[in-house]
Design a protein around this ligand. Sequence first.
Ligand code: DCP
Ligand code: MG
Ligand code: MN
Length: 364
Amino acid sequence: RAGVQGAASDNPNSRTIELLQKMLDHNEQVNDQWRTMSYKKAIAALKRHPVRITTAEQARGVVGIGQGISEKIEEIVRTDSLRKLEFVQNDPQFKVLQLFLKIYGVGIKQAQQWVTKGYQTLEDLVAHASLNAGQKIGIEHFDDLNTRIPRQEVAALGDFVMAMAAEIDPAVELIIGGSYRRGARSSGDIDFIVTKKGTRSTDVLVPFLHQLVEKLYEVGFLTATLSSLAAEVKQGHGSKWHGCCVLPQAAAEHYNGDPSNNDNDDKSKQGKPIWRRIDFLLVPDAELGAAMIYFTGDDIFNRSLRLLADKKGMRLNQRGLYKDVLRGPKRVKLTEGELIEGHDERKIFEILGVKWREPTERWC
Ligand code: DCP
Ligand code: MG
Ligand code: MN
């Protein structure tokens, strides 16, 4: 995870960084802000360090790495592991937390609350916790929703949705973003950008999506709504739709070739397709480039691009790249700034002074 600078594997300390990152994740999860900060600083320092560090003493000499982490670095290099990390990963509470975090719609705060209350299993939650509608679906379809989607199936799901969309309005364009656009062999969900040439707002796209969702429900493709457009509007977002879908049997047979040759997949053999997560993001043409960057990710790459924009006195978000952003003390944003570019993905890279990175090169 080396950000815009290059792939993490280029780094001579990549294995050390990998294990320290796990310690960071752990400390973030247990809300230990002081340790979280220490690990963040140490990892940032190691990422910038051009040579391999093998001893605690060398580590101690690097600005940003303290005594405790220096010793851990030496242990990692010597043993290719870290006892403290193994210890926390074996903690039963940690395991329960990891389980709860895999439920759709459950964040760290909620998961921690449940652990504190003594819940240990999904069954405990169903019996005793108060769950919102999305979390109920997340638990009910836990296995499905935690199963990666093979690239071929993402493509088949995409074809299906695009065919339906073309029947409603052939001028609307759907692009699959997310990990699929980065070339992943499997994805956690399918992410669609929905856009139309010449649009400056989502006004015409909203009724389109309503129609598309209705149609996709009618044919049995959509199986659940996790967050509707209306709900998003209420929260001030307004351009997203999240839900679940299944690939219709006919389409599944088509993409698998010979249906009898489908025995690598127990569930579809029983005629029970796997529930998949599906996201739509409505994007006016004027904002397409910025939205593509955002929705292609990965999230770490996005964060480093935004940080770079900040450093150059600009601001990047999913709607565009802005300049002349006035900042007050603690870099608090005082003005929105002036839009420089929103439509053209390549131009945004250019203006930021970053060499163009193909979507497949945006893994950090
Ligand atoms: N995104 C982001 N920050 C987040 C969440 C998402 O920048 N906290 C952006 C980058 C992601 C894109 O949105 O690539 C889509 O989000 P997903 O959660 O669907 O992530 P991916 O598609 O990258 O991975 P997966 O295969 O798990 O779906
Ligand atoms: Mg995705
Ligand atoms: Mn998604």
